[in-house]
Design a protein around this ligand. Structure first.
Ligand code: AP5
Ligand code: MG
Ligand code: ZN
Length: 216
């Protein structure tokens, strides 16, 4: 099964993608994570993306389409994948349709995570991640059982993203509304869109997604 998690910054795409990955053996493909890895490694793509990401704007379509096209060809994607943060523009969605057709793959469902803007700022400014295994946490909504120690791997180094400050979050939300929200209509017309309430607690969101996926 191949699916898209669609929603604004802080909607919970990454949190839920990791859970679907574990529960169903699909692989999470997060363009944001891939770009951050490229920035950290200082590759050419990373150098081109860094300032754009720190400003909360979108990286160019050709860069992310290229990244996804290559990634989908890897063997671990054969069982299915979860697109997290891609596509983000109509041009990316059209390119994805074309790519999938060429590769003989289908898009089974697009899950729109419906959330309100204001609480997202708090979700994002409170977010931190285990540097070792990538598990995501939150100062208020998802604290590790023991302060500063990752529940999953015991790692003790936690990181915060360079773009997780209030000012950049506002730009990211604006980019979402202008450039990404039109995809709700795009996938609605194709008949693959399902919407869930992303304002509920993390576990409740997981069970709504699970219900949708069980019906696919
Ligand atoms: P990306 O990394 O995709 O960031 P984003 O879309 O801004 O989304 P986030 O990762 O911030 O949010 P999320 O929905 O994953 O939330 P999470 O689960 O972590 O992209 C970053 C940048 O890269 C972009 O701005 C752009 O520059 C570039 N980029 C990436 N893809 C691109 C593309 N396709 N085209 C062009 N440019 C691209 O949750 C957030 C926090 O809230 C966590 O702390 C979590 O614990 C907590 N939380 C989650 N769910 C709940 C809940 N239900 N209740 C309470 N708290 C919750
Ligand atoms: Mg994310
Ligand atoms: Zn960890």
């Amino acid at each position: 099964m191949n699916l898209i998690l669609l929603g604004p910054p802080g909607a919970g795409k990454g949190t839920q993608a990791k859970r679907i990955e574990e529960a169903r053996g699909l692989v999470q493909l997060s363009t944001g994570d891939m770009l951050r890895a490229a920035v950290a490694a200082g590759t050419e793509v990373g150098n081109r993306a860094k300032a754009v990401m720190e400003a909360g704007e979108l990286v160019s379509d050709d860069i992310v389409i290229g990244i996804i096209s290559e990634r989908i060809d890897e063997p671990d994607c054969e069982n299915g994948f979860i697109l997290d943060g891609f596509p983000r523009t109509v041009a990316q969605a059209e390119a994805l349709d074309k790519l999938l057709a060429e590769k003989n793959k289908t898009l089974d469902v697009v899950i729109e995570m419906q959330v309100e803007d204001d609480p997202l700022v708090g979700r994002i400014t409170g977010r931190f991640t285990c540097a070792k295994c990538g598990e995501g946490y939150h100062d208020e909504f998802k604290k590790p059982a023991r302060d500063g120690i990752c529940d999953k791997c015991g790692g003790t180094q936690m990181t915060r993203r360079a773009d997780d400050n209030e000012e950049t979050v506002r730009s990211r939300l604006a980019a979402y509304h202008e450039q990404t929200a039109p995809l709700i209509d795009y996938y609605g017309k194709k008949g693959v869109l399902k919407s869930i309430d992303g304002m509920k607690a993390i576990d409740e969101v997981t069970s709504q997604i699970s219900t949708v996926l069980d019906a696919v």
